[in-house]
Design a protein around this ligand. Structure first.
Ligand code: PLP
Length: 454
């Protein structure tokens, strides 16, 4: 048995963490999470935290689900691995594909598996370009994305994403990807402009990019229905219908990245339904297994899938773990739990609206809060110095980190991104837990205010 100090020392010596300043990590030491149950995570010292982030937006059914462990163990004993290359398959990815086709919007009936959201987006990028090549239009290969989008950390994911910091370390992005403005009304709305008008203007940026390149050069538009890592940026209602209209008008494919929003987070199985979008591809991962196994599924619409069959020819793409039997067994059981417990419906009609009301009535009035927003169980709190002017504290991002640290000390795991606090809890949260989370957020806001206005 290792002590916390020993684990931290070994961690700093040997483990390079994702999205982490190694120097800071060495100085501060890592928080080592040792076990978890239901909505709670526990560190090695037994400190209990309500997990306001469901891990990384993924543990939708909460922790400690024995059924998922059991189905994984059973599958490992029976068939731990076999591949789905060269016309082979195994039962669980087959059955999961059928299940996903049932859950997905009607025109989506095919699935391509990977192990992560990043891989699924690589697949999506390659697939839409392959599609246009099969259709005899290989020059129709440009992709339009948005600033502040997050589509993963591989070279393709980073290139598709619109995070300036990530691009600056890339040393050359995948070519033919352009980024347009994000639909972030809180900061980008003009004086006198309504949310509706702003949504149309943000959508028009997509059309401008299509026209600038020429529609015959643009393969697809990609977007998260709600930008997640970029700060839970919820577009105005006018945005998605207009983006869809523009894509159809110019025969540009619509790719949705639902790695965060898929599997119940917004109160529907997919946010495509929440926003009334009919995409050509939907990238999913995370809550597909509630994070119990690494698995992604790119859901592929009939238009692309039919062309693959009609034109034939090998798609030179795939991963050793595409359709991993254990991960797929866990996904099937996880989806069964979500259905059996009615978690999607509960978010839609009960906890989602209650969460929105709690944020609005209890959190929004706090002097440090510029805006709250949420859809389903996905929310954001903007931290500001001055409510009326929306002036931020400087340096950028420092205030949200202060709030986050107080929230963690108060027993709530939250994430800070820029000056935005984020919540994306397990879908098993009840009204009582939402109340408890709000108590802890208010305590953190009060303590942070005392620090920040010193
Ligand atoms: N797309 C979105 C919208 C995400 O939020 C993420 C991860 O947070 C990814 C893609 C990448 O997924 P992964 O980290 O599994 O590669």
């Amino acid at each position: 048995n290792y002590s916390l100090a020993q684990l931290q020392q070994i961690d700093a010596a040997h483990h390079l963490h994702p999205f982490t300043d190694s120097k800071e990590l060495r100085e501060a030491g890592s928080r080592v999470i040792a076990h978890a149950q239901g909505p709670y995570i526990y560190d090695t010292e037994g400190f209990e935290l309500l997990d306001g982030m469901a891990g990384l937006w993924c543990v939708n059914v909460g922790y400690g689900r024995d059924e998922l462990a059991e189905v994984a163990a059973q599958q490992m004993k029976e068939l731990p691995y076999y591949n789905s290359f060269f016309k082979c398959s195994t039962p669980t990815p087959i059955l999961l594909a059928k299940k996903l086709a049932e859950l997905a919007p009607r025109h989506i009936n095919q699935v391509f598996y990977g192990s992560s959201g990043s891989e699924a987006n690589d697949t999506a990028l390659r697939l839409v370009r392959h599609y246009w090549a099969l259709e005899g239009k290989p020059e129709k290969n440009r992709i339009i994305s948005r600033t502040m989008a997050y589509h993963g950390s591989t070279v393709a994911g980073t290139s598709l994403g619109g995070m300036a910091g990530m691009h600056s370390q890339l040393g050359g992005a995948v070519p033919n990807i352009v980024h347009v403005m994000m639909p972030y009304a809180y900061e980008l709305k003009l004086p006198g402009e309504s949310d509706h008008e702003f949504g149309l203007r943000a959508a028009k940026a997509v059309e401008d990019a299509i026209l600038e390149a020429g529609a015959d050069k643009v393969a697809a538009f990609i977007g998260e229905p709600i930008m997640g890592a970029g700060g839970v940026k919820i577009p105005p209602e006018s945005y998605w219908p207009e983006v869809q209209r523009i894509c159809r008008k110019h025969d540009v494919l619509l790719m949705l990245d639902e790695v965060i929003t898929g599997y119940g987070r917004t109160g529907e199985w997919f946010a495509a339904t929440t926003f009334g979008i009919e995409p050509d591809t939907i990238t999913t991962a995370k809550a597909l297994t509630s994070g119990y196994q690494p698995l992604s599924a790119l859901l592929v619409g009939d238009r692309i899938a039919n062309t693959l069959v009609e034109k034939g020819g090998e798609f030179y793409h795939g991963y050793t773990y595409s359709g991993h039997p254990v991960a797929c067994a866990v996904a099937l059981k996880n989806l069964e739990i979500i259905e059996r417990e009615g978690l999607v419906e509960r978010v839609k009609s009960d906890t989602g609206p209650y969460f929105a009301k709690a944020l609005r009535e209890r959190i929004a009035p706090h002097p440090l809060v510029g805006e709250v927003r949420s859809v389903g169980l996905m929310g954001a709190i903007e931290i500001v110095k001055e409510k009326a002017t929306r002036e931020r504290f400087s340096p950028e991002g420092s205030a949200a980190v202060t709030v986050r640290d107080h929230a963690i000390a108060a027993g709530l795991m939250m994430r800070a991104t820029g000056d935005t606090m984020i919540l994306s809890p397990p879908l098993i949260w009840t009204r009582e837990i939402i109340d408890m989370a709000c108590d802890r957020i208010l305590k953190a806001l009060d303590l942070a205010e005392a620090d920040l206005r010193k």
